[in-house]
Write a protein that binds this ligand. Structure first.
Ligand code: ATP
Ligand code: MG
Length: 594
C-alpha cells in the first residue's frame, strides 16, 4: 500500500500553536502548484515526523487533518487595510501580473512567492515507518517537529485510518464516502450509533430528513436482531421516506395518534364501505412527497406498496384513554374533587354504577345519552362537571374498526421487546401536542418496563425529527413540549443501559435543551448559518468552532461526521458525503414494475 501521494509536493511545518480544543494547530505551507491546489482538500490527512522517531531509523509520524486551506501570493497585499493604503493603479497592475503565477505553475512549483497555506489539527494517531514497512496507525499524542517536511497521506491509507478497528465488526455499515473522494468508504458502527444516541444538525433543506432515512435504512440492515426504530414524524414525511422499509419488515407500522390523523376512506374501507383501491388512492394522493418524488408518474408507483400496507393493516390508531375504565373518566372529570349537590351526585353515581367496570369507549354513547337526559339541574358546578365529562367522552370523529387500534397493553409492548423481528414505526399526528404527549407516554412506559424487568435487549431507537419541538429549552417551549422533554431527557441520560437510544435532528440547535444536546456521542453537522448554532454544537462536542468553516461550502448530502465511538476515527470531525435516500426509494418503487 502506498502511504503517501503528491510525492513531488512536500510541505513544511512552519509553526505549532497551542489550542484548547485540539491540543495544537499546525500551520503547514506547501509550495504552490495548480495540481496541488486542486488535489489537496480540507479533510485530507498529512503526516509530519515527530519527536518519537528513533535515531536508529524507526521513524515516527503524527497524522494531522487539514481543516483550512488558502492560496497566498506574497507579492500581493496581505490585507484589505493594506490594499486601501496602496496606490490603486500600482495595486491593480501588480495583481494582474501576480495572477499569472497561479496558472503558469501547473505540476511544479517554480515561484517562491506563491504558497498554499494550511491549518491542520492532530487526530491523535500516528504510525512508524520501519525497514519492513508501516506499523500503525495507532494512538499517538506525540508532538510534530517544527520545520520538518510534511507529506500528504494516500487515500488508501486514509481509508484504513478512518475505519480503524471497524472492518471486522458485524454491526458496521458503509455510511457514505469521504466528501472529497468517493473511493474512500466510511464505516460506521450502527450499534454504537443507536445505543449512544446521535444528532443531525443543519439548516433547512440541508438534507436532515433525507439523511435520517438513509441512516435508518442502514441501521435496519446491520443492527442486532430485533432492533426497533420509532420515528416521530411531526411533518408527515416518513411514509414516503421509509416506504421501502415499512414494506420490507412486516411488523412495521404507521401509527396515527388520534383517529383524525388518517383519512376517512381508510376507515371506511375496513368497515366495508369503500373499496381497497379508493382507500389506497386517497392515501397516496394526500401523502407528502419531496419534489422529485411528487411527480405524477413517480407518485403513482406508491400505489402498490401502500396497498400492501393497507392490506396488512399497517396503519394503526392510538387513542389516549382508550383503555380507561368509565369510572376513571368520571374521576378525571372531577367527580371526587368538585363540590356538587347531594342530589346531583346521587344521579351521577347511579348512572356510573350501572356501567362500572366497563371500558369507557365501549359505553360512551349510552353514558352520554343518560347524562344528557338525567343530569339537568343546571347548577354551575354540576354543569362544569357535565361539560368536562362530555368533553372526555367525545367519540372519535371517525368510526374506527377495532382491529386498527394499537396499544402497549394489547400487544405492542410485547412486539417492541421481541428479540428476533426488526421493525420500524412511523408515528404521526394531526395534532402536534398529541404527538408530544405520545413521546412522553411511550418513552416513560417503555423505560419503566425495561427498568422493572432489567431488560437490555432488543435495541429501541427513538428518532425525533424537528427535535426542537419535543426537547426545547424553557424559553422556546410551547404546548406540551415540556412533558416530551422530560421523557426524552430521561432516555438520553439513562436509556443506554436498557438498550434505549435517541436520535435527534433539527435546524435550530440553540432552541434545544442543553442537557440533552450534550448526550449524543455521534453528530452529523451540515451548514449552520447562525454562529450561535455552531457555537452550541462546538461546545457540546468539545471541538473548535473554526472546524465548521468547511461546512459553509457543503452541498446537500455533505456532513461533518464526528463520533466518540461509532467511527474508526475517535472524536475528530471529518467530512463525508451520504447517498440521496430518494435514489434508494426510486429503485425500490421501480422493482415492482419488472
Ligand atoms: N444526500 C442528498 N443528495 C442529494 N440531494 C439531497 C440529499 N439530501 C437531501 N437532498 C435534497 O434536498 C431536499 C431537502 O432535503 P430534506 O427534506 O431532507 O432537508 P431537511 O434538512 O430535512 O429540511 P427541513 O429543515 O426543511 O426539514 C430533498 O428534497 C432532496 O431532494
Ligand atoms: Mg426535514
Amino acid at each position: 500500500m502506498e502511504i503517501f501521494r503528491e510525492q513531488n509536493h512536500l510541505g513544511r511545518l512552519i509553526h505549532v500553536e497551542p489550542n484548547a480544543s485540539n491540543q495544537y494547530i499546525a500551520h503547514v505551507w506547501f509550495d504552490y502548484s495548480l495540481k496541488l491546489m486542486q488535489n489537496l482538500k480540507e479533510g485530507d490527512f498529512i503526516a509530519v515526523e515527530s519527536f518519537a522517531s528513533n535515531p536508529d531509523g524507526r521513524r515516527h509520524y503524527v497524522i494531522l487533518e487539514v481543516v483550512k486551506k488558502l492560496p497566498i501570493h506574497f507579492a500581493l497585499v496581505q490585507s484589505v487595510e493594506n490594499a486601501k493604503r496602496t496606490y490603486p493603479g500600482f495595486l491593480m497592475e501588480s495583481a494582474k501580473s501576480a495572477s499569472l503565477d497561479w496558472i503558469s505553475q501547473i505540476d511544479e512549483s517554480t515561484e517562491e512567492t506563491t504558497k498554499i497555506v494550511c491549518e491542520a489539527i492532530p487526530i491523535n494517531l500516528g504510525f512508524y515507518i520501519t525497514e519492513s514497512g508501516v506499523e500503525g496507525p495507532s494512538q499517538s499524542y506525540e508532538l510534530p517537529m517544527p520545520g520538518r517536511e510534511v507529506k500528504v497521506i494516500s487515500y488508501e491509507f486514509m481509508e484504513k485510518i478512518l475505519n480503524k478497528g471497524l472492518d471486522k465488526k458485524e454491526t458496521v455499515v458503509e455510511v457514505g464516502h469521504l466528501r472529497e473522494n468517493s473511493n474512500v468508504k466510511i464505516l460506521l458502527d450502527v450499534e454504537s450509533l443507536l445505543r449512544l444516541h446521535f444528532g443531525v444538525f443543519g439548516f433547512t433543506g440541508a438534507g436532515k430528513s433525507n439523511l435520517l432515512s438513509t441512516l435508518i435504512s442502514k441501521i435496519m440492515e446491520k443492527s442486532p436482531s430485533g432492533t426497533k426504530v420509532i420515528v416521530f414524524d411531526i411533518m408527515g414525511e416518513y411514509l414516503t421516506l421509509l416506504i421501502d422499509l415499512l414494506y420490507k419488515y412486516p411488523d412495521s407500522k404507521v401509527i396515527g395518534v388520534g383517529a383524525e390523523t388518517f383519512i376517512q376512506d381508510l376507515y371506511s374501507y375496513y368497515d366495508g364501505n369503500r373499496d381497497l383501491k379508493t382507500a389506497v388512492k386517497s392515501i397516496v394522493i394526500t401523502n407528502l412527497y419531496p419534489k422529485r418524488l411528487a411527480r405524477k408518474d413517480v407518485k403513482r408507483k406508491f400505489l402498490y406498496p401502500v396497498k400492501k400496507l393497507v392490506e396488512r393493516k399497517a396503519f394503526k390508531v392510538f387513542e389516549f384513554g382508550r383503555f380507561k375504565l368509565i369510572e376513571e373518566v368520571f374521576e378525571e372529570a372531577g367527580l371526587n374533587a368538585i363540590n356538587i349537590s347531594a342530589k346531583d351526585r346521587e344521579i351521577i353515581l347511579e348512572i356510573l354504577n350501572s356501567y362500572k367496570g366497563r371500558l369507557a369507549y365501549e359505553v360512551t354513547a349510552d353514558v352520554v345519552k343518560e347524562i344528557n337526559s338525567k343530569l339537568t339541574s343546571g347548577k354551575a358546578n354540576t354543569e362544569k362537571f357535565k361539560r368536562e365529562l362530555l368533553r372526555l367522552l367525545k367519540p372519535p370523529k371517525f368510526h374506527v374498526n377495532e382491529d386498527l387500534f394499537i396499544s402497549l397493553e394489547a400487544g405492542w409492548l410485547q412486539e417492541l421487546n421481541d428479540k428476533d423481528k426488526k421493525a420500524i414505526y412511523v408515528v404521526q399526528s394531526h395534532d402536534p401536542d398529541s404527538l408530544k404527549r405520545f413521546v412522553s407516554y411511550l418513552a416513560s412506559a417503555v423505560y419503566e418496563s425495561r427498568r422493572r424487568e432489567g431488560r437490555i435487549f432488543p435495541l429501541i431507537s427513538f428518532i425525533l425529527d424537528e427535535a426542537d419541538e419535543y426537547i426545547p429549552q424553557d424559553t422556546y417551549a410551547k404546548g406540551d413540549s415540556k412533558i416530551s422533554r422530560e421523557a426524552v431527557e430521561m432516555l438520553a441520560r439513562r436509556g443506554r443501559k436498557f438498550g434505549l437510544g435517541v436520535g435527534i435532528a433539527t435546524q435550530r440547535v440553540v432552541y434545544l435543551d442543553t442537557n440533552i444536546m450534550a448526550q449524543p456521542h455521534t453528530y452529523f453537522v451540515s451548514k449552520l448559518p447562525r454562529s450561535t448554532d455552531r457555537e452550541r454544537v462546538a461546545q457540546a462536542f468539545a471541538v473548535d468552532e473554526s472546524m465548521f468553516e468547511q461546512t459553509f461550502r457543503f452541498g446537500k448530502g455533505d456532513w461533518l461526521l464526528m463520533s466518540h465511538d461509532a467511527t474508526g476515527l475517535e472524536s475528530v470531525p471529518f467530512p463525508i458525503h451520504t447517498e440521496n435516500a430518494e435514489d434508494r426509494i426510486i429503485t425500490f418503487l421501480e422493482s415492482f414494475e419488472k
